[in-house]
Design a protein around this ligand. Structure first.
Ligand code: KIV
Length: 272
C-alpha cells in the first residue's frame, strides 16, 4: 500500500523540504476547481497548484496575462475546499506584484485571507526580490518560478526553451540562489535544458520542481488538462499524456445525444 493511503497527513512546506533531503521525488499538478482539486488530492499528489494557466485552459485566453486577482481568488477558494492532504500553492497573477512591493503584499494577503491556501508562487528573480521579501516577511511561504515565465511572454516573444545560452543560464542560476537566500521554500523551473535543471537542483538546498526541466530536479509539475488529455491541442516534448479524457468525454456525449434523440434515454428505471 502506498504512503498516500496508509499515512494520510497534510503536506507542509517542511515536509516538501524533507522529501528533497531524503531523495523522494515531489509530485505536483494544477487544479482550478473543487472537483478537480478533490480528484487530484485523493490520488495522492503532494502539491496542487492553482496556476494562472487557468487563463489559458479555463478561460480560453492566449496568454496568462488577462486573468485577474479576483478570478484567481475565486478559483483558488474552490480548489481549497476540495483538498485535504496536499499543499495548495496559488499563482499571483500578472500585475499584482511586479514593480510594486506594497501592492504585492496587499494582493498576497488578500489571496491568503480569502482562499485559505498554503502558499504563493511568483515568476521572476532579482527583479521581484523586494516583493518576495515583503511577502515572506508576512509569514507567507513563497515558491519561485524561473526559466520560461509565461507572464513575460511579451518580453521574449515565444514559448521556446529558455537559458540555452550561457548568459541566460548564469542569470537563472544566480536568480535561483537569490530566491533561496531570500527564503523561498521551493522553485519551479520551466522549459530549460535538463543539464541546467540538474545543476540548479544540486546547488540548492530547497526543492526544485521542473516542467520541461529534465529528470535531475527534485520533482515534476504538469498542467492537469494536458496530462489527462483534456486538451489535445498542446503537445510539447516534455508532456507525457496519461489518458485521453477528451476522447472519453466526446464518446460519452455523442452517446447521450444519440440516446436522447432516439428516445432511449430515459428508460423506465430512470424515471419517477
Ligand atoms: O500556471 C501554471 O500552470 C504554472 C505551471 C506551468 C508551473 O505555472
Amino acid at each position: 500500500m502506498s504512503i498516500h493511503t496508509e499515512n494520510i497527513k497534510i503536506v507542509t512546506t517542511q515536509r516538501v523540504l524533507e522529501m528533497k533531503q531524503r531523495g523522494e521525488k515531489i509530485s505536483m499538478l494544477t487544479a482550478y476547481d473543487y472537483t478537480m482539486g478533490r480528484i487530484v488530492d485523493q490520488a495522492g499528489v503532494d502539491i496542487i497548484l492553482v496556476g494562472d494557466s487557468a487563463s489559458n485552459v479555463m478561460c480560453g485566453n492566449e496568454t496568462t496575462l488577462p486573468i485577474t486577482l479576483d478570478q484567481m481568488i475565486f478559483l483558488a477558494k474552490s480548489v481549497v475546499r476540495g483538498v485535504k492532504r496536499a499543499l495548495v500553492v496559488v499563482d499571483m497573477p500578472f500585475g499584482t506584484y511586479q514593480g510594486n512591493s506594497r501592492e504585492a503584499i496587499v494582493s498576497a494577503i488578500r489571496i491568503m485571507k480569502e482562499t485559505h491556501c498554503d502558499c504563493l508562487k511568483l515568476e521572476g528573480g532579482e527583479e521581484i526580490l523586494e516583493s518576495v521579501k515583503r511577502i515572506l516577511s508576512a509569514g507567507i511561504p513563497v515558491m519561485g518560478h524561473l526559466g520560461l515565465m509565461p507572464q513575460s511572454i511579451n518580453k521574449y516573444g515565444s514559448y521556446t526553451v529558455r537559458a540555452k545560452e550561457e548568459a541566460e543560464a548564469e542569470k537563472l542560476l544566480k536568480d535561483a540562489h537569490i530566491l533561496e537566500d531570500a527564503g523561498c521554500f521551493a522553485i519551479v523551473l520551466e522549459k530549460i535544458p535538463a543539464e541546467l535543471g540538474a545543476k540548479v537542483a544540486k546547488e540548492l538546498t530547497i526543492p526544485v520542481i521542473g516542467i520541461g526541466a529534465g529528470c535531475g530536479v527534485d520533482g515534476q509539475v504538469l498542467v492537469i488538462h494536458d496530462m489527462v488529455g483534456l486538451n489535445n491541442e498542446f503537445s510539447p516534448r516534455f508532456l507525457r499524456k496519461y489518458a485521453n479524457v477528451q476522447e472519453v468525454m466526446n464518446n460519452a456525449i455523442k452517446n447521450y445525444v444519440t440516446d436522447v434523440k432516439s428516445g432511449d434515454f430515459p428508460n423506465e428505471k430512470e424515471q419517477y
